[in-house]
Design a protein around this ligand. Structure first.
Ligand SMILES: NC(=O)c1ccc[n+]([C@@H]2O[C@H](COP(=O)([O-])OP(=O)(O)OC[C@H]3O[C@@H](n4cnc5c(N)ncnc54)[C@H](OP(=O)(O)O)[C@@H]3O)[C@@H](O)[C@H]2O)c1
Length: 281
């Protein structure tokens, strides 16, 4: 396996098995350099979002890389939109900032932002319609969701003409969200694992240091390998060049079954995923 190996989404689109995260990478030099280094290190899948505020820099780094568009996989996400028209405008705005004619994957970022929470089903159906129209117009190759639980996904599956192919959720040793993962699987939806390093919190789990020693690998490499062993698609983020390279070196070793089971048992040791129904945004 390598960074360019792919999973195949239920609509036939191929998606590189590891994506590069950009949340909290500041627009400007920080986001630009991190994406530049990631592409140099061989990543071909970049994950951004309108709300990260860095689509301009991410797009510029992609453009300057000179890598052929069809060798890249770019994801961005819809933030606070409530209607089909607003969502259509948001898609065009993201494409413009990214300097792209199309994105490979476009996700509803949050199932029920506070403002729309009482009517989240209608809101998601309305923005989904804009996403379907954009697929038909060639602006998006695959559409999906993020942070959706079954109660949010089930109503969308009922009205969707084009089915969601991805659910991007927090998955790391401290919270695998197994119920959501099982629902995704039952509906041919690939689970993308965001915060695969717990936004930096997994490094404080003492047992992982022992495993890193056993395999002569870093904790990050052990945990990212564990994510791949489960068939997830991890999205590690770093703005540090050496870590960006390190996080890609996860294809030349495997973990023993008992070590995978040990990591599975670390639930709750470095935080839990937020409940989308309870956040204050
Ligand atoms: N859809 C959503 O709602 C959602 C939510 C959260 C995240 N995401 C996506 O998932 C991506 C990853 O999640 P995340 O940003 O929460 O964080 P993460 O990848 O779990 O962890 C990133 C943190 O770990 C540090 N780090 C990275 N590699 C390391 C290494 N090899 N050794 C030591 N420290 C290391 C980084 O530091 P430095 O950067 O300083 O090197 C940063 O502080 C995001 O960037 C975003 O694309 C999506």
């Amino acid at each position: 396996m390598t960074l360019t190996d792919t999973y195949t989404l239920s609509n036939g689109v191929k998606i590189p098995m590891v994506g590069f995260g950009t949340w909290q990478s500041a627009d400007g030099d920080e986001a630009y350099n991190s994406v530049k280094w990631a592409l140099e290190a061989g990543y071909r899948h970049i994950d951004t979002a309108a709300v990260y505020g860095n689509e301009d820099s991410v797009g510029q780094a992609i453009k300057d890389s000179g890598i052929a568009r069809d060798e890249l996989f770019v994801t961005t996400k819809l933030w606070l939109c409530n209607t089909t028209e607003e969502a259509a405008a948001a898609i065009d705005e993201s494409l413009k900032k990214l300097q792209l004619d199309y994105v490979d994957l476009y996700l509803i970022h949050w199932p029920n932002p506070a403002e729309y929470r009482p009517n989240f089903e209608a809101r998601n159906a309305a923005v989904w319609k804009a996403m379907e129209d954009a697929v038909k117009a060639g602006k998006i190759r695959a559409i999906g969701v993020s942070n959706f639980h079954e109660k949010h996904l089930a109503p969308l599956l009922k009205v969707a003409e084009i089915k969601p192919v991805v659910n991007q959720i927090m998955v790391n040793p401290s919270d695998q969200q197994l119920e959501v993962v099982a629902f995704n699987k039952a509906h041919d939806i690939l689970t993308e694992a965001y915060s695969p390093l717990g936004t930096g919190k997994i490094f404080k789990i003492a047992g992982l240091a022992d495993l890193a020693k056993k395999y002569d690998r870093s904790i990050a490499q052990i945990v990212l390998r564990w994510s791949l062993e489960h068939g997830y698609l991890p999205l590690p983020k770093s703005v540090t060049q050496s870590r960006i390279v390190e996080n890609a070196q996860i294809f030349d070793f495997t973990l023993d079954t008992e070590d995978i089971a040990y990591i599975d048992g670390l639930h709750g040791q470095a935080g839990l995923a937020s409940n989308p129904d309870e956040v204050d945004f």
